[in-house]
Write a protein that binds this ligand. Structure first.
Ligand SMILES: Cc1cc2nc3c(=O)[nH]c(=O)nc-3n(C[C@H](O)[C@H](O)[C@H](O)COP(=O)(O)O)c2cc1C
Length: 209
């Protein structure tokens, strides 16, 4: 059976991007592990998804549509999420959170009736609809100390936000690989990138999909 990896790159940089080099490494490792590997690559940095619109919201909540569906892009992105056996997300920290292109992606894929549902009577009214599968966020930060317990951890709005939204639609097997100190280009940065490279390899090698 084909093993399908969905790779999302969200760095606006196409040159010297740490997250892109780490997702490229991860992709290569994936192809090396399974002969029948399939990789779906979405370059959100180069081609950001549309911001959701009034027409999108209307259609998503059942308003009849005339002409082309405002949900066509959303449908395509959601189909890929269901098809994937695992997901890798390259994500730089921009202004303490995720890039707008990745947020636009999340807004496209969180859809009532497709990726989550409501249960009015239940204690927890939300029902995730995507089957659980491994997801890794491959993050890079200019500064350091964003890891749990680190001195900048309280300013890390990227990881909790991403983990929360993905968990909401069922993608609750979430882990993070972090390369930090990119702005300093010092020993801390080199060590952090080397550790991230090892962690990316270990993530692929340890998967049971
Ligand atoms: C617009 C912008 C905003 C950034 N904001 C932050 C930030 O809030 N905190 C931080 O530690 N680094 C910040 N950085 C540094 C990036 O996180 C860092 O350069 C990272 O390596 C970018 O990922 P990339 O190498 O894949 O492009 C920012 C960089 C840019 C371009």
């Amino acid at each position: 059976m084909k093993k399908t990896l969905l790779v999302l790159d969200s760095s606006a940089r196409t040159n010297r991007s740490i997250t892109r080099s780490l997702t490229a490494r991860l992709t290569e490792r994936w192809r090396g592990r399974w002969q029948s590997a399939e990789v779906i690559h979405r370059d959100l940095g180069r081609n950001p998804p549309q911001a959701i619109s009034e027409a999108w919201i209307g259609a998503a909540f059942g308003k009849p549509v005339e002409g082309p569906s405002p949900l066509a892009e959303s449908d395509e992105l959601i189909d890929e999420l269901f098809r994937a056996d695992a997901i890798a997300i390259g994500v730089p920290m921009y202004n303490f959170g995720m890039p707008a292109a990745l947020k636009a992606y999340l807004d496209q894929i969180v859809r009532v009736g497709r990726t989550f549902d409501f249960r009015a009577e239940a204690e927890n009214p939300y029902l995730p609809l995507i089957p659980s599968k491994p997801v890794v966020a491959v993050a890079s930060m200019g500064a350091g100390g964003f890891e749990p317990g680190g001195e900048m951890a309280n300013l890390n709005f990227l990881e909790p936000h991403l983990a929360t939204v993905l968990g909401f639609v069922g993608l609750d097997r979430f882990s993070v690989v972090r390369a930090q100190y990119e702005e300093f280009k010092d020993e801390r940065w080199r060590l952090s990138v080397a550790a991230a490279e090892m962690a990316v390899d270990a993530w692929v090698d340890g998967l049971e999909v």
